[in-house]
Ligand binder design. Structure first.
Ligand code: NAP
Length: 251
């Protein structure tokens, strides 16, 4: 039981939920491959993972919206880690806009990042995951089930990621488990990229807190253990689960 000695790939590992997950995975004795576009952010996570006793850390700078990069990630991870037991599809962006102003290119981009790349990575790692009775965790969002004005494109891609999770869980059972962690509002740099003024961002964050029974944002460190739990062989009876870690947002 446990993650000790396993090899896990975490996408979007430079910041936020992905960084906390990579560090938590490393602290449990696993080797970890860190994927994201910014090498400096990945190196920061790598240093923290080594501090927590990581067996092996591999940094792979790549843009998961680019097919050739996705293929390269799979090749490097398989070669460097000598196979893969776990995959955390976490990389994501929040491009929110009212429909009248929204650019359909953002919908395509988020579909590539939240659905296509995860599917491609699962495909690429499948022989290894089957051989090792592996586990996939997709990080989706409460926006995949809650209807939210001005977040329809984002929510649609997260709903698709939830569907991919449940469909593949059935298709790949019993060899490979596929689950999702479904976060509510978590304090990460994802909010820094929103096209909002400081006041607009403060209002948006206050509205999210007001809609969250726990009355606050979560932290990445409160999400990471649940991703680890689903990766862990002790969750062998769990597949096709969409696990809310959301301060009660979807209750
Ligand atoms: N924070 C929340 O409230 C919340 C709520 C629900 C769901 N989520 C989901 O949680 C996941 C993690 O987000 P977070 O909140 O931790 O935000 P974050 O800190 O911004 O993390 C997202 C990560 O994805 C990486 N990324 C973005 N575009 C990429 C690309 N094209 N190729 C490779 N990597 C890419 C980013 O690194 P680079 O920029 O270096 O590539 C970044 O490290 C996302 O899927 C998000 O949708 C977050």
């Amino acid at each position: 039981m446990g993650l000790h000695g396993k090899a896990v790939v975490v996408t979007g590992a430079g910041t936020g939920i992905g960084a906390a997950t990579a560090i938590a995975v490393a602290a449990r004795g696993a080797s970890v491959a860190l994927v994201g576009r910014r090498r400096d952010a990945l190196e920061d996570t790598a240093a923290a993972a080594r501090d927590r006793g990581a067996r092996q850390v591999v940094v792979i700078a790549a843009d998961l919206a680019v097919d050739a990069d996705v293929e390269r990630v799979a090749e490097i991870a398989l070669a460097e880690l000598d196979g893969v037991d776990g995959l955390v599809n976490n990389a994501g962006v929040g491009r929110f806009a009212p429909l009248r102003e929204a650019d359909v290119a953002d919908l395509r981009y988020m579909f590539d990042l939240h659905v296509t790349a995860p599917a491609q990575l699962i495909q690429a790692f499948l022989p290894s995951l089957v051989r090792r009775r592996g586990s996939v965790v997709n990080v989706t969002s409460v926006a995949g089930s809650l209807a939210a004005p001005e977040r329809s494109f984002y929510g649609a891609t997260k709903a698709a990621a939830n569907h991919l999770t449940r469909s593949l869980a059935k298709e790949l059972a019993p060899a490979v488990r596929v689950n999702a962690v479904v976060p509510g509002p978590v304090d990460t740099p994802i909010y820094d990229q929103l096209p909002l003024s400081a006041d607009g961002l403060a209002d948006f964050r206050a509205a999210l807190v007001a809609a969250t029974p726990a009355g606050r944002f979560g932290t990445p460190e409160e999400v990471a253990p649940w991703i680890c739990a689903l990766l862990d062989t002790s969750a062998a009876w769990m597949t096709g689960v969409l696990l809310p870690v959301d301060g009660g947002r979807c209750a």
